[in-house]
Design a protein around this ligand. Structure first.
Ligand code: AMP
Ligand code: ZN
Length: 110
């Protein structure tokens, strides 16, 4: 049984404010935004860590970065943005399903 909250969002079992979806990723608003724009880009493939990358996942992540770059202006990020991938406890990773924080919409103070 998969208890992963992001898998449940992907499956539509938990609501989210979805901004984009294709066959590989979903992008939705972070429920506790830490910037004016704070989105989460989540691969539909469940894995937690970059150590679990294989060729297929690495290629998927490459396409994902390109997709984020092309979508950024439509998210209000014309002036720039920051991408964060938390890995493990010291980084404060709370959801063990790999995700990319997309933050901006303001001059980031950190
Ligand atoms: P991380 O610390 O990198 O694991 O980040 C997990 C992020 O997921 C946090 O910024 C949370 O606010 C966010 N989050 C947790 N549950 C939800 C949810 N149901 N919908 C949207 N974002 C969520
Ligand atoms: Zn998952």
């Amino acid at each position: 049984m998969n208890d992963c909250i992001f898998c449940k969002i992907i499956a539509g079992e938990i609501p989210s404010r979805k901004k984009y979806e294709d066959d590989e990723i979903v992008i939705f608003e972070d429920i506790e935004p830490k910037a004016n724009v704070h989105l989460l880009c989540v691969p539909k493939d469940h894995f937690a860590y970059l150590t679990e990358l294989n060729d297929r996942r690495a290629e998927m992540l490459g396409r994902t970065f390109s997709k984020i770059a092309s979508l950024a202006p439509s998210f209000g990020l014309e002036k720039g943005y920051r991408l964060i991938v938390n890995q493990g406890d010291d980084a404060g990773q709370t959801v063990k399903h790999l995700h990319i924080h997309i933050m901006g919409g303001q001059e980031l103070p950190f």
